[in-house]
Design a protein around this ligand. Structure first.
Ligand SMILES: [Zn+2]
Length: 343
């Protein structure tokens, strides 16, 4: 058989690596870390094997474990000692994230990114300030989901957008004051990047970058995270502020707004079910692109591995490779430590 192009020539050992188009490195990865002000001991997160919520006293040790694998960047999430209607512990100078960041930056060389949102701090678990009758309207909607029975949800959103901006901005500034290297707003409030950029600049943090959760979908893949961070909404869902999984063009709108507002890095979340969107954002924008390989993407591989249906290490490597290949420069992943220690 004569054939000029035989792709198999380059698949032999010895040359495969030379022609490999994509590679993963520990420097691509960001490890999420959960610091819990309600516990004195590490608590295993059942739906995320290998992950724990750690008390403040273990925050530094936890980050040192991450760094020992070669991963230098962490994303800190906090579980506060108390929650209230507006989520006031989110911006408290002695809040759990602020205190953890102070300790981590004082004692390690990790690059510390903080998640900026209110859902872990509000009693209702939504990502901002609620409309006064949000609960009633959701209950009415539950009892009569027909369009005619729509209890006014079309008239107003669950979370009041503009009232939430100031609280997000305060939270971001409090993280900066504690020593965070980068802040990452995830509330999907319109204008959140601009509000945070302005507040950081006013407070003297003009050099602090913002990684925008620019394209965040309302996804079923966040389930295990809600175990981890105790941030499930107590009623309703987040479809009035997070993106509809059906929408791809709208992702470009979200990303371009965040670029205009001063985002330094654009994130797509989740990653695997949205690789088309990762590729689109990569193609359309010059900023670094991050993708969040979320808790459900992690949990399902572990669950299948436990059943003996696939090998979690190989499947995780392939998953992360696909995210990188789609165009992500940075990957937030619960596999960060496992992968890095094998690289
Ligand atoms: Zn949130």
């Amino acid at each position: 058989m004569e054939q000029t192009r035989r792709p198999r020539r380059l698949r032999r050992d010895g040359v495969r690596g030379l022609v490999s188009e994509t590679s993963l490195d520990a420097s691509d990865l960001i490890a999420p870390v959960f610091v819990d002000a309600t516990t004195e001991e590490r608590v295993a997160i059942e739906s995320m094997p290998g992950h724990e919520r750690v008390p403040l006293s273990e925050a530094v040790a936890r980050v040192e474990e991450v760094r020992a694998t070669g991963v230098e960047a962490v994303m800190v999430f906090g579980i506060p000692e108390a929650k209230d209607e507006r989520g006031s512990r989110a911006w408290a100078s002695d809040g759990v994230v602020q205190e953890a960041v102070r300790r981590i930056t004082a004692e390690t060389d990790a690059y510390v990114i903080t998640d900026v949102c209110l859902c872990e701090y509000t009693e209702h678990g939504h990502c901002g300030v609620l409309t006064s009758d949000a609960r009633e309207r959701w209950e009415a909607l539950d009892s009569d989901p027909s369009p005619e029975g729509d209890a006014g949800l079309s008239e107003g959103l669950t979370v009041q957008n503009d009232e939430t901006l100031e609280l997000l901005a305060r939270t971001a500034v409090s993280h900066a004051e504690a020593g965070a290297d980068m802040v990452a707003p995830s509330a999907m409030a319109d204008g959140q990047v601009g509000a945070i950029r302005g507040a950081l600049d006013d407070a003297g943090y003009g050099d602090l970058p913002v990684m925008a959760y620019a394209v965040k979908y309302e996804s079923a893949f966040y389930g295990p995270f809600r175990d981890a961070a105790d941030g499930a909404p107590s009623f309703g869902d987040r479809r009035h502020y997070q993106m509809d999984p059906a929408n791809r063009r709208e992702a470009m709108t979200e990303a371009s707004l965040d670029v205009e507002e001063g985002a330094d890095v654009l994130m797509v979340k989740p990653a695997l079910p949205y690789l088309d969107v990762v590729a689109d954002v990569r193609r359309e924008f010059d900023l670094p692109v991050a993708a969040y390989n979320v808790s459900g993407e992690y949990a399902m591989l572990h669950a299948a591995d436990e059943k003996g249906w696939l090998d979690v290490e190989a499947a995780a490597h392939e998953s992360l490779l696909s995210i990188k290949r789609a165009g992500a420069d940075l990957i937030l992943t619960y596999f960060a430590e496992d992968l890095a220690s094998r690289l």
